[in-house]
Write a protein that binds this ligand. Structure first.
Ligand SMILES: Nc1ncnc2c1ncn2[C@@H]1O[C@H](COP(=O)(O)OP(=O)(O)OP(=O)(O)O)[C@@H](O)[C@H]1O
Ligand SMILES: [Mg+2]
Length: 259
């Protein structure tokens, strides 16, 4: 990976406390392929943002920059008041404890029960005692309405249940902000609604802000305060979902007609 020096003449000032995420002119290429070509994006505290865009447009790459899994070639990435693109690994690990990430595909260990999956995660990232871990796991499973699945293996769950377990695992560290990469892909409309409503409840009852990548209009409609459309490496439109859907831009029209 090549990292260009950032332009020292460009003043870097932190966004306001209300702005939990800010990307400023973020560029990223993989070899000759320019994926992000000047992304500007802000997400305000207590809101749920949605990022839409075609397959391969760079949505997952964008989120990976916010959580520091990828470094930009150029530009600034702010999360919870930190320049994540400039943090060393230890500092990044500390910031990441405040940010949960539900990966595209879920990423549960198949050889572990639901309880063990959650326990593994808690054990690795916290100093909680075994009793405290058990209490936290039970409380979190109850919250996603799957308390009865603690001793099940991922293969024994439905797709929607697996998503909810993945969600439970990613909120168990009690993050301030959540990133959801395609949380409802492959689910039937009832399950889509369940997962989307959980995301809304996390915002409204626990104050967890979020960024969600989704192709799913029902999901987007339920959760979003503000939607952003990524195309050719830039955010080309931002607004309410209704505003995006009625934008005359043919690129957006084609996207919404196709979904
Ligand atoms: N680590 C990587 N190394 C090289 N190329 C990458 C890497 N990660 C992503 N890419 C490329 O960047 C482009 C954007 O990928 P990304 O996963 O962000 O797409 P996406 O918008 O999330 O698509 P989808 O909707 O299908 O998930 C793709 O062309 C992909 O091949
Ligand atoms: Mg993706």
């Amino acid at each position: 990976m090549e990292i260009e020096a950032t332009n020292p003449t460009r003043a870097s000032h932190a966004p306001s406390d209300e702005t939990i995420i800010a990307l400023r002119d973020v560029h990223k290429s993989f070899g000759p392929k320019a994926v992000l070509r000047g992304v500007n994006l802000e997400v305000q505290k207590g809101t749920s943002a949605v990022v839409m865009g075609g397959s391969g447009s760079g949505k997952s790459v964008l989120i990976k920059h916010i959580v520091g899994l990828l470094k930009p070639d150029q530009g600034e990435v702010w999360l919870l008041g930190h320049r994540v693109d400039q943090l060393d690994d230890d500092a990044l690990d500390r910031v990441r404890l405040s940010a949960g990430y539900l990966f595209q595909g879920g990423a549960l260990f198949d050889s572990m029960t639901v309880f063990e999956n959650m326990e593994f995660f808690l054990h690795r990232h916290t100093d909680l005692s075994a009793a405290e871990r058990k209490e936290r796991i039970e409380e979190t499973l109850a919250w996603v309405n799957l308390a009865d699945k603690a001793s099940s293996y991922p293969a024994e769950l439905s797709g929607g249940q697996r998503k909810r377990i993945g969600l439970a695992r990613s909120i168990i560290l009690q993050p301030q902000v959540m990133f959801y990469d395609e949380p409802t892909t492959g689910l039937d409309p009832v399950s889509v609604r369940t997962v989307a409503e959980l995301i809304v409840r996390l915002r409204d009852e626990r104050g967890i802000s979020s960024v969600t990548i989704t192709h799913d209009l029902l999901c987007a409609k339920i959760i979003t305060d503000r939607a952003h459309f990524l195309h050719h490496g830039r955010i080309v439109a931002s607004g309410s979902l209704a505003e995006l859907r009625t934008t005359p831009d043919p690129v957006l029209q084609e996207f919404f007609e196709g979904t």
